[in-house]
Design a protein around this ligand. Structure first.
Ligand SMILES: [Zn+2]
Ligand SMILES: [Zn+2]
Length: 131
């Protein structure tokens, strides 16, 4: 087990505890002789861990972090799938070739014109939902 110096460089003893209180303004590595006896961290002793727990704390952190990254990766894949679908939808709705146009009947051309008329508004709505 490694020893760690106290966060306060003027303290002689090595750190025996570390503080994980998210609101604590003190340094995190704590020696017993000076830090603890000067009552630092006294308001949140439930957040004080033995220095021997530091390694396993870091390992746990690694698990948590990996789990978070996995979730972000899944989210990223899902976003990509959704954006691909959106792009396909836009292409099939608005990108009409002249050949396709020549093959459409009057009712279908009417639908195309409806789409074209609504395009600007839909484009604006889409862009503002993306940003
Ligand atoms: Zn100290
Ligand atoms: Zn603290």
């Amino acid at each position: 087990m490694n020893t760690f110096a106290c966060s306060d460089p003027t303290h002689q003893d090595s750190a025996e505890f570390f503080c994980i209180n998210p609101f604590c303004q003190e340094d995190h590595l704590i020696c017993f002789a000076q830090c603890f006896k000067t009552r630092k961290h006294l308001q949140h002793t439930k957040d004080i861990e033995k220095i021997s727990e530091l390694q396993s704390y870091i390992v746990q952190m690694k698990f948590d972090c990996t789990e978070l990254l996995d979730q972000i990766n899944l989210f990223q894949q899902q976003v990509k799938i959704n954006l691909d679908k959106l792009k396909e939808g836009i292409q099939s709705k608005y990108l009409i070739s002249q050949i396709q146009l020549a093959q459409l009947n009057a009712k279908q051309i009417n639908q195309v014109l409806t789409s074209i008329i609504q395009f600007k508004e839909q484009k604006q709505a889409l862009l503002s939902s993306l940003y």
